[in-house]
Design a protein around this ligand. Structure first.
Ligand code: PGA
Length: 240
């Protein structure tokens, strides 16, 4: 048995009619606070009182005010939410989220007591131009600005190469391990961080990905919306 964390990011992919069946199946396999499901926020009340944890896919960078359409970290906490995904590349790219906004969201989340899943990742261009380390370094340092050292152990850094998200291509186990080692080498404080990998994780490649020794878990998108495949991944990771 491991303490590794498995996070399912359901994105904006399921509808009300799918949720009851999804919960029915997933409830049979997902036990413990290390399993985190991040539904579309509108559906979070359907996941009330579960034995696994619930996460948001995003939060507002402010804690109260005139922010039509947004949800504050404190509001999420009051609904039993335990985690929040911040800085996903889909938010960076489609909603123009800057490193500064991401940093404000991280601070809001920490102040309210949410566990942060901070996504960082390089594009394909960054990768072929050998800029991966530089890009990740910048994203991480800016996102964590002002975070007290005592809170770093509540942060899960999700390494999600943009070229691996929804593409059926994963980073290699060597690439993932070298990125974790690189980040840990940047500062002694960063040794407190935990690391997830995300990007085309599925029920087959999970067997090799679990071999990455310094990984603390996985962030799964598309496959998490299939409760049978997601359950298989949970089983493989938990029983490792
Ligand atoms: P994917 O998405 O598993 O569909 O590649 C991962 C993510 O976007 O977090």
């Amino acid at each position: 048995m491991t303490n590794r964390i498995v996070v399912g990011n359901l994105k904006m992919k399921m509808f009300k009619k799918d949720i009851a069946e999804y919960i029915n199946i997933i409830d049979k396999y997902a036990f413990g606070k290390n399993i985190v499901i991040c539904p579309t926020s509108l559906y979070i009340p359907f996941f009330d009182n579960k034995s696994y944890s619930i996460g948001m896919q995003n939060i507002c960078h402010q804690n109260i005010g005139n922010f039509t359409g947004e949800i504050a970290a404190n509001q999420a906490i009051s609904m039993g939410v335990k985690y929040v995904i911040i800085g996903h590349s889909e938010r960076r790219n489609n909603f123009n989220e800057t490193d500064e906004i991401i940093n404000q969201k991280v601070i809001e989340a920490i102040n309210s007591g949410l566990n942060v899943i901070l996504c960082i990742g390089e594009t394909y261009d960054d990768k072929i131009n050998h800029n991966t380390f530089e890009v990740l370094n910048k994203q991480l340092i800016k996102a964590l600005k002002g975070v007290p050292e005592s809170k770093l152990d509540t942060i899960l850094v999700a390494y999600e190469p943009v070229w691996a998200i929804g593409t059926n291509v994963t980073a290699s186990t060597l690439e993932i391990q070298s990125i974790i080692e690189y980040i840990k080498s940047l500062s002694t404080d960063f040794r407190h961080l935990k690391f997830l990998y995300g990007g085309s994780v599925n029920e087959s490649n999970i067997y090799s990905l679990i071999e990455v020794k310094d990984l603390d878990g996985f962030l799964i998108g598309d496959v998490a919306t299939d409760p049978h495949k997601f359950a298989k991944i949970i089983e493989v990771v938990v029983n490792q």
